[in-house]
Each structure stands twice: as C-alpha cells, then as structure tokens.
Design a protein around this ligand. Structure first.
Ligand SMILES: NC(=O)c1ccc[n+]([C@@H]2O[C@H](COP(=O)([O-])OP(=O)(O)OC[C@H]3O[C@@H](n4cnc5c(N)ncnc54)[C@H](O)[C@@H]3O)[C@@H](O)[C@H]2O)c1
Ligand SMILES: *[C@@H]1O[C@H](CO)[C@@H](O)[C@H](O)[C@H]1NC(C)=O
Length: 261
C-alpha cells in the first residue's frame, strides 16, 4: 500500500478523548490528522501519545498490527483547521462538552470539507439534533460516543440525527469494527443514549433499596461486584433472561416491573 492509499481521519480537539481516538485510528492503519485550537496543543498531544504507544508496546498491550513507531508515523498535528481537514473522509470531534462550542466547530468544519465527509461527535450527553443544529446537511452527521478509557473499553454508541443517512451509520460501524472497537447502533436519538440510561436504572434501584433501609451501601455494591456484574461482564441482561433466569427466579414479575419505570 502506498502512502497515498492510506485513508485520512481528522480528530478535532486533542484532550483525553481526542488522543485516545487518534491512537485507535492509527492502530487500524489510518492516517490521523489532529487539530486543536490551542496553538501547540496538538504537537504536545503527539508527544504524549508517543510515550503511551511505547509503554503499551513494552507491556505487549499495543493494539493493531503495526509497531508503535509505525503508528506514530501515521499521526500529524495541526494548528490550522483547513490543513487538518484536507483529504479526510471522516471527522471525529472531541472538544469541550459545551453545546455552543460544538455547534460552532461543526459549522466551521462543514464550510471546509467536501459533501461526503462524515461528521462524528464524541459527546457524552448531548443529542445529535442539538449538536448538529448549525450544520446544513445533517444526513452525514452522527454521535460516536466512546467509553473512558476508549483504548481499553471497546464499546462505542453510534447515535443518529433524525436526518442521518443509513450509509453513514454503516460506514461508521465498519470503521469502528475495523479499528477493533465494539460499536452498537441506536435506532434513534434519546437523552443518555443506552449506556448511561441502563446505568441510571441500576443506580436508581440500588439507591432506593439503600434509602428504604433494605440493604447497606457496602452490600448493594457487593450484589454487583460479586454477583450480577460477573455475569453481565460476559453476557447482557437479555441473554441472561433468555438463558438461565426465569422471571419467577428474579423474584418479581416483569409486567409489574415495567409499570414501575
Ligand atoms: N473524558 C471522558 O471520560 C469522556 C468519555 C466519553 C466522551 N467524552 C466526550 O469527549 C469530548 C472531549 O472530552 P475530553 O475529556 O477529551 O476533554 P478535554 O478537556 O480533555 O479536551 C478537550 C480538548 O479540546 C480542545 N478544544 C476546545 N475547544 C476547541 C475548538 N473550538 N476547536 C478545537 N479544539 C478545541 C481543548 O484545547 C482540549 O485540548 C467531550 O464532548 C466529552 O463529553 C469524554
Ligand atoms: C449530504 O450528505 C450526504 C451524506 O454524506 C451526501 O451523500 C449528499 O451528497 C450531501 N448532500 C448535499 C446537498 O451536499
């Protein structure tokens, strides 16, 4: 493969999550152009990434087929947005979690990139219809929400804008799979996406049991760490119900349960 065949991804924002995405995309053999609006910040990010790649290689935990130095060679840093976006087919935004900042970043990006470039946001809490409200062509936009630390936790929630094209979801799903992440598709946007909603339900019930005096804080945590958590680390709640936990065994009727939430 010649250098010009290597596809380019631009990462916008070089903080914790931007650096993680850059490492993941490079591990999959993509050229990664990193932009940060703080002058010199993207160069600092690459120095930091170099340190991490070398440590990961020494610990035999480096991802992908390439060596640490080969992956490092795929990275470049930019203080200029247009230069950073040149040639990219995919843009992963990782700036501060502030709606106005993200809206204005995507507004600027759209004016520079070609019409087929996919615009993806790392937002944890903002729905796509808000993040992309200043973008004209929203069919190319989605949220790709990673879980910290993304280099070690593979889940990525892919959340469409109401206008997002199916091909954009498919291409992003294939990209995430190619770099070794585990993408899940939400069929439509909802606050909290899936992970944070499931987490909120677990916390709400745990808190209620503690508050109503049924169990101690320490013991409700043990219910998860020594019990449910071990099962859920391997199979999800649906598969658990299907395989080995008849509803009666769970001590509550599911119909009753769904009325409570
Ligand atoms: N940290 C987490 O655990 C986590 C997990 C999942 C998703 N996220 C999401 O990822 C995004 C980034 O989070 P983070 O923890 O990396 O933040 P961070 O504060 O570490 O990094 C943000 C970076 O963006 C840069 N930046 C700010 N405004 C910019 C602009 N207009 N243009 C270019 N660069 C700009 C900053 O200089 C900084 O380097 C947020 O939306 C956050 O919600 C974070
Ligand atoms: C909008 O984006 C889609 C998906 O990237 C693209 O195929 C289409 O050509 C774009 N439309 C316009 C008018 O730019």
């Amino acid at each position: 493969m010649s250098a010009s065949d290597i596809k380019i991804i631009t990462v916008i924002g070089s903080g914790l999550i931007g650096r993680s995405w850059a490492m993941l995309f490079a591990s999959g053999g993509y050229r990664v152009k990193i932009y940060d609006n703080q002058p010199g910040q993207s160069a600092k990010a690459i120095t930091e990434i170099k340190k991490q790649l070398v440590e990961l290689e020494e610990a035999h935990m480096l991802r992908g087929e390439l060596t640490a130095m080969q992956q490092l060679a795929l990275l470049s840093g930019y203080d200029d947005l247009s230069q950073a976006l040149e040639g990219a087919f995919f843009v992963q935004e990782c700036v501060f979690e502030q709606l106005e900042v993200k809206q204005s970043v995507f507004h600027d990006i759209e004016r520079i990139v070609g019409k087929d470039v996919i615009l993806s946001s790392s937002t944890s809490c903002l729905v796509p219809s808000k993040v992309f409200s200043k973008v004209q062509n929203r069919s190319r936009c989605l949220v790709s929400h990673p879980v910290n630390p993304p280099y070690h936790v593979k889940l990525v929630e892919l959340v469409p804008h109401p206008d997002t094209a199916a091909t954009v979801m498919d291409t992003t799903h294939a990209l995430m799979t190619k770099v070794g992440q585990a993408p899940v598709l939400l069929k439509k946007e909802i606050d909290g996406f899936a992970l944070n909603r499931v987490q909120a339900a677990i916390i709400a019930e745990s808190w209620r049991l503690v508050q109503d005096g049924f169990i101690s804080v320490k013991d409700i945590d043990l219910v998860m760490s020594e019990g449910l958590g071990m099962r859920y680390a391997l199979i999800g709640p649906m598969e658990t119900m299907h395989l080995n936990a008849p509803k009666e065994e769970m001590g509550i009727k599911m119909s009753q349960r769904s009325q409570e939430f």
